[in-house]
Design a protein around this ligand. Structure first.
Ligand code: F6P
Length: 324
């Protein structure tokens, strides 16, 4: 390959800049021209393409967000949009493409690869919901941001002897909720993968725990379950215990990436470029069993990710509800 384009697509994630920087520097170091595509696939539709030098990615490794901007591009799901994207790559001489994003972004990459653009995906999403990898860029920062915020809510929840419902991100995936549930010692964890939770049981637990001297009750609710304010009203009415809902929202997607996100993202960004330079195509970079690996894009997208049952069981077993 002579020219590699880099884009970030879908929800941003802390560490994306580290991956961009690594891809750019690794490519330039090996004599490849590097280009940035702005605003994800939208930038391919609208030819928003810039040259990237080593200097352009200076002072970015510590920054949250993505210097290339991002978008969720509906046009990329159409045949016409995919053809337009390929034409733009041809016009700008882009013969290799690094796509940093989640499964939706990889579906676009899969199409481009089948239309002749060499493509490698790098998992970038705070949701950790990509089946072929145990690590996704941004999850570590997001879950630490959420954990710290929940600790703060816990302080005031205890002072006021309240029940607190804290809603964390994850429309379809409960990994942030599960990890915060364990890290913050929540009494209840509601995950989109386990939609059939029993609200009456939660109410009973709150009443019983209060009788046993528990001063607060923390419920971590994933965005995919949602309705935290309404849930708080119902719980307060049923228990007689003041209940508040806090929705953490997009703060979880911002902020300076953790050391882990900077390091893993850097290696994955460089790895993606190495694959393209080695003539590989249709690959997704992953991290499995302590190693950086890559998968065929079709196989990667066909894999299913589920919440690890044992972790969920332990999260529940450690809560005050279950230890009498
Ligand atoms: O990027 C992942 C994510 O933050 C999900 O957790 C969340 O459901 C979604 O994006 C929110 O997307 P948007 O910012 O477009 O509303």
């Amino acid at each position: 390959v002579k020219t590699i384009g880099v884009l970030t697509s879908g929800g941003d994630a802390p560490g994306m800049n580290a991956a961009i920087r690594a891809a750019v520097r690794r490519g330039l170091g090996q004599g490849v021209q590097m280009k940035g595509i702005l605003k994800g696939y939208d930038g391919l539709m609208n030819e928003e393409i810039i040259d990237l030098s080593a200097k352009d990615v200076s002072d970015t490794i510590e920054r949250g967000g993505t210097i290339l901007y991002t978008a969720r591009c509906a046009e990329m799901r159409t045949e016409e949009g995919q053809k337009k994207a390929v034409e733009t790559c041809r016009k700008f001489g882009i013969d290799g493409l690094v796509v940093i994003g989640g499964d939706g972004s990889f579906a676009g990459a899969q199409k481009l690869a089948s239309l002749g653009v060499n493509t490698v995906g790098v998992p970038g999403t705070i949701d950790l919901d990509i089946a072929c990898t145990e690590y996704t860029i941004g999850f570590d920062t997001a879950v630490n941001t959420a954990m710290e915020a929940i600790d703060k809510v816990r302080d005031t929840s205890t002072s006021h002897e309240r029940c607190s419902i804290i809603e964390v991100m994850g429309r379809n995936a409960g990994y942030i909720a599960l990890w915060c549930g364990i890290a913050n010692g929540a009494e209840d964890i509601l995950l989109p993968e386990k939609y059939d939770y029993d609200e009456q049981k939660i109410i009973n637990n709150i009443i019983e725990n209060r009788k046993r001297g528990k001063k607060h009750h923390i419920i971590i609710n994933a965005e995919g379950i949602g309705h935290s304010q309404a849930m708080a009203k119902r719980i307060e009415a049923a228990t007689g215990i003041e209940t508040r809902a806090t929705i953490l929202g997009h703060m979880q997607r911002g902020g300076s990436p953790t050391c882990k996100d900077r390091v893993y993202a850097s290696i994955m960004g460089a790895y993606a470029v190495d694959l393209l330079i080695a003539g590989k195509n249709k690959r997704i970079v992953g991290y499995k069993n302590g190693e950086y690996v890559d998968f065929d894009i079709n196989e990667a997208l066909a894999m299913q990710k589920t919440i690890p049952e044992y972790q969920f069981e332990i999260a529940k077993a450690l809560s005050y509800n279950y230890v009498k």
